[in-house]
Structures are given as C-alpha cells and as structure tokens.
Design a protein around this ligand. Sequence first.
Ligand SMILES: Nc1nc2c(ncn2[C@@H]2O[C@H](COP(=O)(O)OP(=O)(O)OP(=O)(O)O)[C@@H](O)[C@H]2O)c(=O)[nH]1
Length: 371
Amino acid sequence: MSQPRQELPQQIPVVVLAGFLGSGKTTLLNHLLHHGGGTRIGAIVNDFGSIEIDAMAVAGQLGDSTVSLGNGCLCCAVDASELDEYLDRLTRPSARNGIDVIVIEASGLAEPQELVRMVLASENPRIVYGGLVEVVDAVEFDTTREQHPELDRHLAIADLVVVNKADRVPEREHQRVLERVRRLAGGAAVVPATYARVDPEFLFDCRPTRERIGQLSFDDLHRYDGDSTGGDEHDEHGEHEEHDGHLHSAYDSLSVESEVPLDPRRLMAFLDSRPEGLYRIKGYVDFGAADTRNKYTVHAVGRFLRFSPELWAPGESRLSRLVLIGAGIDAPRLSKELTACAQDAPHTYADEHSMWGVLRYVQEPQDNERL
Ligand SMILES: Nc1nc2c(ncn2[C@@H]2O[C@H](COP(=O)(O)OP(=O)(O)OP(=O)(O)O)[C@@H](O)[C@H]2O)c(=O)[nH]1
C-alpha cells in the first residue's frame, strides 16, 4: 500500500529540559551550547522569579537565539500563547537559517508534563516535539523525592534522564541512585553524568563540524560513529575522549544498512522491545511496497520515538540506514535482529495495515493528544 503523505517542511525539534532546583539544567544547557559542534541551539529559558539568573548564565552564547521567560513559571500559564510567541520568534525564517534545535529549560518548579503538552499543542508548523530530558541531582535524590513526590511521575514520563553530580557521591551510592532511577523511569534512557557532560547526540542530531546543507546525511552519522572502515555493520567501544565537539564516553554503537526494504511490523516489534541501555536510534528506513513514495527518518531517544516521512528524492538510492548508540547493549545481537527486519518478499504488494504501527509515531502538525 502506498501511503500518500504530504511532505512536511523540515521541522525544528523542541526538547524540554526539566529537573528540580539546582539539579544541573543550566549546566546541561551550557554544555550543549559548547559541545554541540556547529549545531545552533535556540534556548527558551524559564526562570522563576524576577532575576533572570539562568538567562544570564547562558547569555553571550546565543545572541538573538535566547529568549527568556522571566516572568513566572511557564507551566502555570493558562494557555500556550506566550510560549508560541517565543517559538515563533525563534523559528522565523530570518532566525531559522541558524537554528537547528530549540531547548526549553524549564524552571525547577515547572511541571514537565504541562510543558510537553504546550509544545505538542503549539500550532507552529515549523516545530516538532523532540522529547523530555529530566536532570536528577544524585546527591539530593532521596531528599528531593521526599519533598517532591511528583519527581517519580516526572521520571516516569521522561525520555532521557541525566543522573548528574556523579563526582559528589561515592560510586556505590551513585550506582544505587542509578538503579532506583532506572526502575522509576521505566523504558527511558538513564545516563550518569558529572557537570551534565552527556553526548549532545543523545538529545538531538548535531550538525557536523563542516557545514551541511539539508538533511543530516548518513555519512554525518557515520562520522560521529568514529569508524571510517565502512561495511554493513560495525561495533565501536568509545573511550572517554572528546573530539570534533562530541563527547565520547564508553558507549557502544552499531550501524546497519539494508538494501532490502524493512518490514514495518518487524521493525516495530524490534523497536517495541528495544533494550534499556539503547539511548539513541537515528537514520532512515525504506519500507518498500508499504510506502513507495516516502523514506522514514527515525529519531529515538530512550523511549521517545518519532518517524518523519519525506519524499524520496528523484534517483535517490532506496536504502535503510540506522545508527544505534547505547551502553551495555549486545551490539551483534541487535544488528542481527535489525537485519532480520528485512522483508522476505520486498516486491509483493504490502497489506494495507502493515504501516499502522509506524504511523502511530508520525507526528502530525495537529497532533496534541500524546500525553
Ligand atoms: N560538583 C558538581 N556540581 C555541579 C554539577 N552539575 C552542576 N553543578 C553545580 O550545581 C549548581 C546548580 O547547577 P545549575 O546548572 O545552575 O542547576 P539548575 O538545575 O539550572 O538550577 P535551577 O535553575 O536553580 O533549577 C551550580 O553551581 C553548578 O555549577 C556536577 O555534576 N557536579
């Protein structure tokens, strides 16, 4: 079945950054600004109170790309019009030339669920919700949970949890907190960090150091993988090192390429059962006869998953290419499982329900009922 879909203009992902007071949200935002390579980040900083300390902390990095909601708690706004106005400002064609991703740093008192709803409810066609990141202070974890039992709920809806301040707790204690957070966060990716130094690629696709035009190419993704040997798949055990603006910790990554279209049902079964340590999946998929017009860009951060269909360019090779990044993952097994998602009879007519599972993760501009 061919799915006639309208091509959406390239949308700017909006990532919501939440976490209780002092957990390290501004530190994370600053880290992203410094280590996102050439990625241009538009920041919406929502500081509770009249002195916009957080806005000052990130000032100078962004020029016109920072807007500050200094007049109260964003989540308490009755409607999303104020947020919409800021999103609009950051995504105007003039500002847009530069901006690849928008990060909303929530006030430490904000309800992340409300912020996510507001982003999803935004009528701005140039943005797309990019996931919820929750920063947790490992030192204050137990105390924060006592004072703010809602932390458990925040963790349950997060896509990526950064367990920060690892340097301030003994290793065993840090492991205990990590375990606890993992249980509370369900399928979310849980990443330990000191001074919020996580790989920005966990949050969004970074612009490579050399300027690129249009979509992030697979070569860009591959370059990030750090392996230039080519081949259909490879494993890499990164060291703690920094180069090309990326922070590499001890993560495993693998990439899989298939010239045979993937079966949508099999791929969804693979994605639905993806292991906890698999933080990130990106790339694009050819579903063959199930949709001959579009390729589907995949963006997954922890449990967050989004497919974006876009028309194949004339003459473009019909391929599927995926990069998976995680810690403690069984890369050869995942690679085998993904390879097994290839269609047995790619040229046969696909049954009309086969794309349903995938289409559930395509965000329509009017889609605001996700939470
Ligand atoms: N030792 C240590 N200090 C950290 C770490 N991460 C952040 N900090 C410090 O913790 C303090 C709070 O960090 P911020 O990034 O301002 O936290 P925030 O979540 O933005 O704070 P609010 O805006 O008040 O909610 C700052 O003094 C940071 O320098 C870390 O991993 N280790």
